[in-house]
Design a protein around this ligand. Structure first.
Ligand code: ADP
Ligand code: MG
Length: 242
């Protein structure tokens, strides 16, 4: 089943044409990695998927919700989508556990005790249950990002979006966050991941989307893309990373 469908999507920031004629279909359970140079529109494309950005024209349907229709109930829609940003965006004055129970209490109206049980399950899943009562500032960057992932998972979303989840981390912490994301992949949840970690992308992606200057230039299986990219600009991009 198609869960994310872009049809001839364009987006402008004022006069600036940031997404150009985007056509892309993502199937349920698929892991899609988006790569491309800085400024090519990767974050904007990702943010359109949960309507953090609106599209200018074309059609974008996510979980059967037509996002080009201005009347859709966005709060309802967003329950099924988790997002993890480069900067973890945790509430600094709230304990780890309280960061995670916010949405279940507010949106699902769970009782605090029930929300905490669910939150602990996901903290365990990302390997930091012992940090539940700490504040974010008492955690390493890698641990904070794992909290952000647990927060994204706690609503049991159908789709998880990751926007450069390891780019703000010290090198020694990148592996632990990638391990967590890897453990989530191919378990039925649809995942769209923007990353510069090419080894990880190659290993985890079902398909790779290569973007440049607001366009999708290539969509291919991971092995096809990394072994023999068709586009010159994709080849150039990969050669510069080595
Ligand atoms: P990427 O994630 O690939 O680095 P982005 O999607 O963040 O690219 O940005 C694509 C282009 O759109 C960049 O040139 C960026 O400066 C521009 N841009 C991003 N967000 C905005 C905004 N809110 N207003 C104006 N321009 C923006
Ligand atoms: Mg970006």
């Amino acid at each position: 089943m198609t869960v994310i469908q872009f049809k001839k999507v364009n987006k402008y920031f004022g006069p600036f044409h940031v997404l150009k004629n985007i056509d892309l279909q993502i199937q349920e359970g698929e892991v899609v990695v988006i790569i491309g140079p800085s400024g090519s529109g990767k974050s904007t494309l990702l943010r359109c998927i949960n309507r953090l950005e609106t599209i200018s024209d074309g059609e974008l349907t996510v979980n059967e919700t037509p996002l080009h229709d201005k009347k859709v109930n966005i709060n309802q829609f967003r329950r099924d989508i988790g997002i993890v940003f480069q900067h973890f965006n945790l509430y600094p004055h709230k304990k780890v556990i309280d960061n995670i129970i916010l949405a279940p209490m507010k949106v699902q109206r769970l009782k605090k005790e029930d929300a905490k049980k669910t939150a602990m399950y996901y903290l365990k899943r990302v390997g930091i249950e012992e940090k539940a009562d700490n504040f974010p500032s008492q955690l390493s960057g890698g641990q904070q990002q794992r909290v952000a992932i647990a927060r994204g998972l706690v609503m049991n979303p159908k789709i998880m979006l990751f926007d450069e989840p390891t780019s703000a981390l010290d090198p020694e912490m990148i592996g632990e966050v990638l391990d967590v994301i890897r453990s989530l992949a191919h378990n039925g949840m649809t995942m769209v991941i923007v990353t510069h970690e090419m080894g990880f992308a190659r290993e985890v992606a079902d398909r790779v989307v290569f973007m440049d200057e607001g366009q999708i230039l290539e969509v291919a299986t991971s092995s096809d893309f990394f072994e023999s990219p068709r586009e010159d600009r994709a080849r150039l991009f990969l050669s510069r990373l080595i």
